[in-house]
Design a protein around this ligand. Structure first.
Ligand code: SAM
Length: 273
């Protein structure tokens, strides 16, 4: 992967993911709870932004959270410890080479990871093999094509498109949210249901203005300034105008919208297929 833009590897990016997790907890996680003794695999846990929410909301389930970045795993371990959670085991491991037996988990949870993978179906199929029959897989992804706002701005869309192009060049897909349903189906799971989660921000929701429009979405676009210019995708005035236009949506008459896609599929029980 290029160094241009990889979620989770840089301090500022980690702060951004934490802001995002804090702001969106209810929207993304309100309907996720695992029963006592359930074994849950969180694949690509990063610095643990979702881990602490999942584990706190299902205190009697047992979580195994893995990430390919040793540094992120160490940070996630600190974070889980600081939260006083004792139901999470953190492991340094690659989704494509996990050290677990087939059918050893009751549930799998994957959030904001597929967007970085060149082979998302293969990743989900690999994870599906670790699921026990009857188990569930939950996938959450964003989609930058779902960003629209008032006042509208061609400069803002051009700046967002730089992020989309850089992520594609790094082997990922910033527009993957719309593919969550076909991806889970292609991975072999049944009874797949996707429920979109729209983030709607206007002046009456100051916590979302700060936590989502500014510190999550616009910070991400600001974060691609140098690599986008270096790659010749845009010039500095163009990128800066786009970022200004995104900040403009946080004013009293501004509106910002974005949609996350949360899908859940089930692994057929033996004899069901
Ligand atoms: C955007 S972060 C999301 C982290 C976390 N799920 C969250 O929502 O805050 C993507 C994470 O996927 C991890 N990742 C990417 N490829 C991976 C792989 N092949 N195996 C395990 N983790 C991977 C990265 O190291 C990074 O921590």
């Amino acid at each position: 992967m290029s160094d241009a833009y990889v979620h989770g590897y840089r301090p500022r990016e980690n702060e951004r993911l934490s802001d995002q997790a804090g702001t969106l907890v209810e929207l993304l996680h309100a309907d996720t709870a695992y029963p006592p003794k359930a074994a849950v695999l969180e694949a690509g846990c990063g610095v643990g932004a979702q881990t602490v929410t999942l584990a706190a909301r299902s205190p009697d389930a047992r979580f195994t959270s893995v990430d390919v970045s040793a540094d992120s795993v160490a940070r996630a371990r600190d974070r889980v410890g600081s939260a006083g959670l004792t139901n999470v085991e953190l492991r340094h491991a690659d989704i494509f080479d996990l050290p677990f037996a087939a059918e050893s988990f009751d549930h799998v949870f994957v959030c904001f990871v597929l967007e970085h993978l060149a082979r998302p179906v293969e990743a989900l199929a690999t994870l599906a093999r670790l699921l026990a029959p009857g188990g569930s897989m939950t996938v959450i992804e964003g989609d930058h094509g779902s960003a629209y706002f008032h006042p509208d701005s061609a400069a803002a869309h051009a700046a967002i498109d730089c992020q989309v192009q850089l992520q594609a060049a790094a082997g990922g897909n910033a527009l993957i949210g719309r593919e969550v349903y076909p991806l889970i189906v292609a991975a072999g799971l049944d009874a797949v249901r996707v429920r979109p989660r729209m983030v709607y921000v206007d002046a009456s929701r100051p916590e979302l203005i700060d936590g989502f429009t500014r510190k999550t979405f616009t910070a991400m676009i600001e974060g691609v300034r140098e690599p986008a210019i270096a790659a010749g995708l845009i010039d500095a005035p163009g990128l800066d105008a786009g970022v200004r236009a995104l900040h403009r949506t946080t004013e009293a008459d501004g509106v910002f919208c974005y949609t996350f896609f949360k899908g859940v599929g089930t692994k057929a029980s033996h004899g069901e297929r």
